[in-house]
Design a protein around this ligand. Sequence first.
Ligand SMILES: Cc1cc2nc3c(=O)[nH]c(=O)nc-3n(C[C@H](O)[C@H](O)[C@H](O)COP(=O)(O)OP(=O)(O)OC[C@H]3O[C@@H](n4cnc5c(N)ncnc54)[C@H](O)[C@@H]3O)c2cc1C
Ligand code: FES
Ligand code: FES
Length: 491
Amino acid sequence: MDRTRSAVRFLLDGKTVEVTQWTATTMLLPVLREQLGRTGSKEGCAEGDCGACMVLVGREHRGRVRYQSVNACIRPLALVDGCEVVTVESLAATGAPLHPVQQALVQHHASQCGFCTPGITMALAGCYLEEERPDREKILSCLSGNLCRCTGYRPVIDAALSMDNYPPAESWNKHCGQDPERLAAIRALDDGTTLVQDTAGERFAAPRTQTALAQWLALHPDATLVGGATDLGVAVNKAFRKPQLMLSTAHVQGLDEMHADAGTISIGAAVSLSDALTELAGHYPALAELKERFASPPIRHAATLAGNLANGSPVGDTLPPLLVLDAELTLVSPKETRRIPLHGFYTGYRQTGLRLGEYISAIHIPRPRPHQRIAAYKLARRFDQDISTVSMALSADLQEGCLSRVRLAFGGMAACALRLPALESALEGQALDKIDPARMDALLERALAPLSDHRGSAGYRQAAAQGLLRRALLQWQGAGACRIEDLEPTA
Ligand SMILES: Cc1cc2nc3c(=O)[nH]c(=O)nc-3n(C[C@H](O)[C@H](O)[C@H](O)COP(=O)(O)OP(=O)(O)OC[C@H]3O[C@@H](n4cnc5c(N)ncnc54)[C@H](O)[C@@H]3O)c2cc1C
Ligand code: FES
Ligand code: FES
């Protein structure tokens, strides 16, 4: 039996904090505010949308400490065990000079009521540590998870563009991640024990090996697995969900790794979505926009690809691209390990082929083929931090103007993300410039029966699906980047 401990341990301003009063669903934010007096971090929405609660979390990554923003409101306390936590108070001690980000915000009058300011400061502090003189695009991306309702973004962006002009902070300078003492302090938090808590009818465990995880699942097959908790955290805060036992994949050895061999890229279940999507976009540049548009940086730093696939939402953004890329899943249970195609994994609304006591250990994506083309589009009401209304992915080999190995998938058009075999067959072997768009529209009409909801009517979704397919085919014909609104109406 592994040695266990129940206190969550993390570093805060160079000191080890031990929290003993917590349950599986205790989030980091109330602990910071109510137990540790760090009231700089605010609660705006409690669902990962506004960024008022943003903090940085430092973890060992490739021999240094990597600091990344996360939303403390939906970050279970247990998931910062073994990490360093940086709050807005950490950036400048009382009486010490302000951090360059803070100086820049002050100089540019980038705060009015100030409610959003700590979160914006932390988003920019993460950006500052990550990159030398980030450009406007990078800054906009870093701020995409922060809502400011009174100052407006112009002064905030101006401040961010100038933050590198101010004298560097002593402890939070560009090189702090390479400080061997910080790394040693983070490593010292790990004494080889397993974090287990059983309080107030809620249990939590963070097994450290796949064998230990399987043992827990053998005893408790209906346990709730937790990756980054960006879905579960919202369910806890907003739907008052209280899983009886939460099993975290975060500390399971090997699940946080990615491998690429000659044919396949394999992504472990605990790899963050930001790392997974960066890796995938490196192989498939057409996925770069999806990476940028999936939620916001703090959500992507916390979430996992496995969580997005297991959640099985019909509007999960990674499902259509992974369906058309012929991705496969390794599923592990105490009894067996099996590898199955993602196509066929979804059986209904948020229903998957996961059996009781089974978890996703890895996702496998074939490397691109020489003539393979990919298109992946997301339609949502906002560019940033918004759930899809409709999404589409298309993959095919394009040789001498003809399509083969066609895969087409949609999200937001049915109870689950789905591939459309009828359309795939109709496109197979077709010369790209001879495809009859009206025929494709008619086939889509027959294959899809979308619902109306607050994000879009059935009619809108149908027209959008038709437009997205036309857009991909036009782009492959060399029409360049075409906007959906420039296309000919279909009705
Ligand atoms: C503000 C905000 C914005 C968002 N924007 C988007 C968006 O743009 N696009 C989008 O698609 N989603 C979005 N989401 C949803 C969410 O971030 C994703 O679904 C994310 O990928 C979930 O991953 P996770 O690791 O956080 O999952 P968790 O919350 O940990 O788990 C989600 C589900 O998966 C199960 N699970 C987790 N890991 C495993 C495993 N290894 N094996 C089996 N089951 C497992 C859990 O039991 C749970 O049922 C957003 C969420 C928030 C809060
Ligand atoms: S309080 Fe809004 S993101 Fe956390
Ligand atoms: S300064 Fe008031 S919400 Fe941003």
